[in-house]
Design a protein around this ligand. Structure first.
Ligand code: SF4
Ligand code: MG
Length: 335
């Protein structure tokens, strides 16, 4: 596997009036060329913070990458200067966010917004950039791109706006596309279309994707590998099949159990009881211990290390220790 992006033991903290919030605590991840990786977890699990750290888009005054490396093609982005990052953002690594309206400029035509990056990073002439903008609109499935290129964001529907955002993100052929809850603000049928589009584009362009989501259901269609985050740490990681069909971490079981099933009423959805840990005072043991139905004494005092389930799956849970009782996933977690 040719490594494109590698996070090594990344720690990110925020300074607040209450003290230091340890939002990301030792995250290690790898992304290969052209691969798609989903980072899944509840809000506050650290998934967005992790991706913003990669882009170096965290607030400079109140947050800090305290430890670790973020290697992109071998270069440590955690230590890159703002000038170096400006060359990378949008050109090598781009990002799309949940709400397309806030990421588009309402006073500029969509064409101009696509052309901005092309002019800045690729030195294209105006007419070349416009032609490329039209082609990109076509690529993301916007009808009549020759006309729509001169229209403003408010003239597009929510789903079409998110397509425009994706066109902007892909304009410079980035090697990595980070999509943070890209479909959460859209209704269900549009969500499916946008996910299809992203999968399609990934195949066509070979861009590696990091998909950030709270919804495991979104993952199945798009990602090849999954990292499950909880309490600022990765609790389990594996291929999509491993995470869906052979999950080992009780938090992953909880996520799977809370996924809507085809044959069930939405009222049968099982939420995981309890609340995520307070990252001002993170637990010293397993971050999930307070909510875990299987928690043992060891879990409270000792952070579990990663146990290898296979060559591609790792899980940070003491249940995988040979001395632990054998526990099977609950029926609700079976896909
Ligand atoms: Fe539950 Fe213990 Fe495993 Fe944490 S380490 S998920 S508390 S069994
Ligand atoms: Mg988020």
């Amino acid at each position: 596997m040719e490594k494109l992006l590698e996070l090594q033991n990344v720690h990110v903290s925020f300074q607040t009036y209450g003290g230091e919030v340890k939002a990301v605590r030792g995250v290690s991840l790898q992304l290969a060329k052209g691969e798609s990786l989903a980072i899944v977890g509840e809000s506050g699990s650290g998934k967005s913070v992790t991706s913003k750290a990669v882009m170096r888009l965290l607030p400079q005054k109140t947050s800090k990458i305290k430890e670790g490396k973020i290697l992109f093609e071998g270069k440590d982005l955690a230590k890159a200067s703002e000038r170096e990052m400006e060359k990378i953002r949008g050109a090598e690594i781009s990002m799309i966010f949940q709400d397309p309206m806030t990421s588009l400029n309402p006073t500029m035509t969509v064409g101009k917004q696509i052309m901005e990056g092309l002019r800045k990073h690729q030195n294209m002439s105006k007419s070349e950039a416009k032609e490329r903008a039209i082609n990109l609109l076509k690529l993301v499935g916007i009808p009549n791109p020759e006309i729509r290129v001169d229209e403003y964001p408010h003239q597009f529907s929510g789903g079409m706006r998110q397509r425009v955002v994706i066109a902007i993100a892909l304009a410079c052929n980035p090697k990595v596309l980070i999509a943070d809850e890209p479909t959460t603000a859209l209704d269900v049928t549009i969500q499916a279309q946008i996910l299809d589009l992203m999968r399609d584009l990934q195949e066509k362009t070979g861009t590696a994707i990091i998909l950030i989501t709270h919804d495991l259901g979104v993952v199945a269609n798009l990602a090849q590998r999954v990292a499950v985050m909880y309490g600022g740490t990765i609790v389990e990681t594996g291929t999509v099949d491993e995470i869906f069909y052979n999950p080992k971490h009780p938090y992953t079981w909880g996520l799977l159990a809370s996924m809507p099933k085809l044959n069930a009423d939405s009222k049968d959805l099982l939420a995981i009881p309890g609340t995520p840990p307070d990252l001002l005072n993170p637990p010293k043991g397993c971050p999930f211990a307070a909510r875990c139905p299987y928690a043992m004494e060891v879990c409270v005092d000792h952070m579990p290390s990663y146990f290898d389930v296979s060559s591609t799956q790792k899980s940070a849970c003491w249940l995988l220790d040979e001395r632990a009782p054998k526990v099977e996933p609950p029926e609700e977690a079976l896909v």
